[in-house]
Design a protein around this ligand. Structure first.
Ligand code: IVH
Length: 677
């Protein structure tokens, strides 16, 4: 019989290999990064004490997963490595000491050492090979030695140069592909609406997108890239990593403009804190900071330890996943009557906030994950997205524990729940009368991104519903000052403010009204695309699903749902009443792209706050001049208009060399003059 250590090592290896497969190949992890790191550390520790037991198939001996079937394998000329982690200042200082000791042993006196800090992007590593300046191959990391050929999918990334001027015979650019947070949230919502599993995080969604077998699917997902290094070369060489970064920027690669160099580890640590504070303002996910020794000759002297280079380390942020007890599963009724499972949790800190509820998405997802009340679960908080339960970690469930089932009666109105044959969801069929559905509708309609009616928050909505003042979104527009004043706690001033706010919402542009209507799967970006494509609500209603599907970001399932929803009497009745109340159901002149304007055929990104106008007003001016406003910056963007506290979009524009305009430059642009800088 095998020794206990041997057995444990084998167990850990199998377990880790299974998780590696789930993470890399299935893009669907079952445990948190934390727990993975824990198992990994245990294995590494045991192997260190028993080096004779190390084998080639141990996860400590390779990176990631071998390429999956269906993609051509690509052997990396230089292996794509992984990074060691540090979580504390002490660990960072210890790393610097190791670097110095190692150089000393190698007989190298480095003098003062410079370090480069970069955001650690939570995406997917890729390798891009350019021969004579032409992009010939894009590959995933795979197991670090052999990756997958994903060239066709990589080619769909707009901001990536397909050809570089003045290039050497060979240069392999390395970087991280990611899905911006907003696009990630919309993609997930769409998948859930279609009964598909949600992606656990932006990394998995980027990985799932780049490993699509149909490049058209990848093309529909607005993937982006940050370049952060160079692999194999022929005909060019560099002395420092910062030279590499500068060269990449000069050749049109998106390079993060906040990459910095430092001459002490203290300065590096300050920068790490700086990144931690900026984390939530970025439109891409980062999970830490990568620190690299700047001089490349020192890289050679330091070499690698196993699969990790000694010249680099990742400072990891506190985790955005945590493990806690799922106390109970509760069911809410959603906007469209779907029953939505919620987890009531023992409060736990995740990514800097305390979380006590998390979404379980839907019945289908819940069943797939097999999460039950009483389980220890992993909770994830990614970006601005609602916390979610990723999976259960329980191995010893009490006997008699059963998978949760949706209630038989609607928790909001008591109506018998039904499960339509063609649906994966149980629904409350009482669409007209269910207060739960009405509440969700109203909540979405008034929220900031939609009609933005200040003074009409969740609590007020619930109260007005309870008091019978409103029963659907159109009723908001018949609320009268006199009846509002009667409500206890609502004085004449608040009543008149609210009435004024409601009045003001009538000028909100059609695309936002369309979003506020809450048609299935239609997020803010899609609503804008639909509004532009069709011009008014009647045209969308008259269109068949095939026609609707031609809109950017709309797939066949969503097209069907939109068409069905607008054909429904109830929805249409609300639309008609909103129109009668004065809401915009067609593109305004100012939203319509003017033909022959100074911005015809140009795309503009707006970011930050302008001193004298709202984002909507600025967007209207762009459209009035014939231009198009888009949400994210790419090489195709013609101008970025940046106001006060512009964030990562400004950064991206700078890195891509897209002209950035201030308020005055914007005026000149609209006037058809050369905008200047
Ligand atoms: S350098 C040996 N730089 O982190 C150096 N990696 O844990 C490894 N990553 O596979 C690559 N941002 O997917 C580097 N600025 C950055 C990075 C970065 C994210 C990822 C990359 C790599 C993983 C290593």
């Amino acid at each position: 019989m095998a020794e206990p250590v041997e057995r444990r090592i084998a167990e850990l290896r199998d377990e880790l290999n299974r998780h590696i497969y789930l993470y890399y190949t299935k893009d669907s992890p079952e445990i948190s990064d934390e727990e993975y790191d824990g198992l990994y550390a245990e294995l590494a520790e045991l192997e260190k004490a028993n080096p004779e037991l190390i084998s080639g198939d141990s996860p400590t001996q390779r990176v990631g997963a071998p390429p999956s079937e269906g993609f051509e394998p690509v052997e990396h000329a230089i292996p794509m490595l992984s990074l060691a982690n540090a979580r504390t200042a002490e660990e960072m200082v210890a790393w610097e000491t190791r670097v110095r000791n190692q150089l000393d042993r190698a007989g190298v006196d480095p003098g003062p050492i410079s370090f480069v800090t970069e955001p650690k992007i939570d995406g997917l590593a890729i390798s891009l090979t350019y021969e004579d300046g032409v992009l010939v191959r894009g590959a995933t990391r795979g197991d670090g030695r052999v990756g997958e050929d994903v060239t066709r999918n990589i080619e769909t990334i707009a901001e990536l140069p397909k050809r570089i001027e003045g290039a050497p015979a060979l240069v392999e650019v390395r970087g991280e592909v990611y899905l911006p947070i907003e696009a990630f949230a919309e993609l997930n919502q769409r998948r859930l609406d279609a009964g598909e599993p949600a992606f656990a995080n932006p990394r998995n969604s980027a990985a799932g997108s780049i490993r699509q077998h149909d490049p058209r699917v990848a093309a529909e997902r607005p993937l982006a890239v940050w370049a952060y290094g160079i692999g194999a070369t022929d005909g060019i060489s560099f002395e420092t990593h910062s030279d590499q970064i500068e060269w990449l920027g000069s050749k049109g690669f998106p390079v993060n403009p906040d990459i910095d160099t430092h001459d002490s580890i203290e300065s590096v640590l300050e920068r790490c804190d700086w990144w931690l504070n900026r984390r939530d303002d970025l439109d891409f996910e980062i999970d830490g900071v990568v620190i690299k020794v700047d001089r490349l000759d020192l890289w050679d002297a330091l070499g690698t330890a196993g699969r990790e280079p000694r010249w680099s380390i990742a400072w990891k942020f506190p985790p955005s996943t945590a493990t806690t007890l799922l106390e109970e599963i509760d069911w809410n009724v959603g906007r469209t009557g779907h029953l939505v499972p919620w987890a009531l949790l023992e409060p736990v800190r995740v990514g800097g906030v305390t979380v006590s509820t998390a979404t379980l998405h839907n019945e289908e997802d819940l069943a797939r994950k097999d999460v039950r009340a009483g389980d220890e679960v992993i909770v994830l908080r990614a970006g601005d997205v609602i916390p979610q339960v990723v999976s259960a970690v329980t191995t010893d469930r009490p006997k008699g524990s059963r998978p949760p089932k949706p209630p038989k009666k609607c928790p909001a109105c008591g109506t018998e729940i039904v499960k339509p044959e063609d649906s994966v969801f149980s629904i409350c069929p009482n669409h007209r009368g269910c207060p739960g559905q009405a509440f969700q509708h109203l909540k979405h309609f008034v929220h900031r991104g939609a009609m933005d009616i200040e003074g009409l928050g969740e609590k007020q909505v619930q109260r007005f519903l309870d008091e019978g003042l409103i029963s659907d979104v159109a009723d908001i527009y018949s609320l009268r000052q006199e009846e509002l004043e009667q409500l206890s706690g609502m004085g004449a001033v608040s009543a008149s403010n609210l009435v004024a706010e409601i009045e003001r919402s009538k000028s909100i542009p059609f695309s936002r009204v369309l979003f506020a209507l809450g048609l299935p799967g239609v997020g803010a970006v899609t609503a804008e695309a639909l509004a532009e494509e069709f011009g008014d609500i009647d045209a969308i209603r008259a269109a068949d699903p095939e026609t609707i599907q031609r809109t950017e970001g709309v797939g066949p399932i969503m097209a069907h749902q939109i068409s069905e929803s607008l054909a429904d009497d109830r929805t249409w009745d609300i639309v008609q009443r909103l129109r009668a109340a004065g809401l915009k159901m067609e593109l305004g002149e100012d939203e319509r792209r003017a033909e022959g304007g100074p911005l015809e055929g140009r795309t503009v990104v707006l970011t930050g706050t302008l001193p004298d106008m709202t984002r909507d007003e600025a967007a209207a001016l762009v459209k009035g001049a014939g231009g198009k406003v888009v949400g994210s910056v790419s090489k195709k963007t013609d101008y970025v208009v940046a106001g006060e506290s512009a964030g990562s979009k400004l950064a991206k524009a700078e890195s891509l060399g897209v002209p950035v305009l201030d308020r005055e430059g914007f005026d000149r642009l609209l006037a058809g003059e050369e905008p200047g800088g």
